[in-house]
Design a protein around this ligand. Sequence first.
Ligand code: SAM
Ligand code: SF4
Length: 317
Amino acid sequence: MKDLFGREISYLRLSVTERCNLRCRYCMPEDGVCKKRHEEMLTQEEMLAAVRAAASLGVTKLRLTGGEPLAWPNIVSLCAKAAAVEGIGEVCLTTNGTLLPKLARPLRAAGVSRLNISLDTLDAEKYRAITRCGELSEAVAGIRAGLDAGFEKIKLNAVLIGGFNDDEIPALAELTRRYPLDVRFIELMPMVDREVFGPEAFLPYTAVTEALPELEPVAPDGGVAKLYRLPGALGNVGLISPVSAHFCAACNRLRITADGKIKPCLHSPEEVSIKGCTEEEMREKLRQAILAKPKWHGELNYAEPSRANRAMNRIGG
Ligand code: SAM
Ligand code: SF4
């Protein structure tokens, strides 16, 4: 289905949980999430009804996210059932990777086609600092498990943070020469808790092209990343610039949060609740949300942060 600006909406990002086994500084508060009552969150059946409703409106790509989707107990069964929904051509996951050693093969068998894995640094101390508790070795083991399970075109997502990992741009990009992976640098988005970082942490994507003058442009693949490649590399370097060069004109996505709110736009406070709705009611609400998609997310910078009213772990990224 098209929105009011002619954009075909074909991609749903469904967050299955707000909880996470890490506490990334740009994403969630140090003390975690206030534990919501179980009844406030979508059930697996409601998630599947939402996926069917979205597919009936033309959604073909589903991404499961969180919080940490692999920390949610029903993830493998949800993936298998979602992959079987008529019209859904691709089920993808965004994960911090730490639980992949156990889950990569079951997820692949359940029909998951793509993995995006978050990795902001290659230094164990810095990994512990940015995630407030994580072990780099567990994330690396997860990436290996994903490759060993046969996932192709795994994308590693690094949030670009001035004064934290800008000195690692070459080392992170270098992974694309050694492994069949894409590495994507994502501009840090100023969310409700942006004061965790100072303004100097917010770097534009051009920090990457300046650090790596040897990058060669690659033809776009229909996604939101500007694509480049290091000479002789096996994978691409992608640059995602929601802040310095927004891509709202090409936005094809809807989001549903774990507590059952459709978000027509990541950075808007507008939400439409589907908790407790029938599949037919969800379909109508999804249609309304598509028609309510704004033309763009509005100014987004340190002085004018996201109007989303939620930290990222409660949206899904
Ligand atoms: N736990 C999973 C993970 O870390 O990949 C999935 C959920 S996480 C919210 C989804 C993505 O959002 C991650 O790649 C994370 O780096 C990104 N993210 C979170 N907060 C962000 C922010 N303030 N700016 C840019 N990206 C952010
Ligand atoms: Fe957890 Fe992902 Fe947020 Fe990090 S970015 S705290 S791994 S949900």
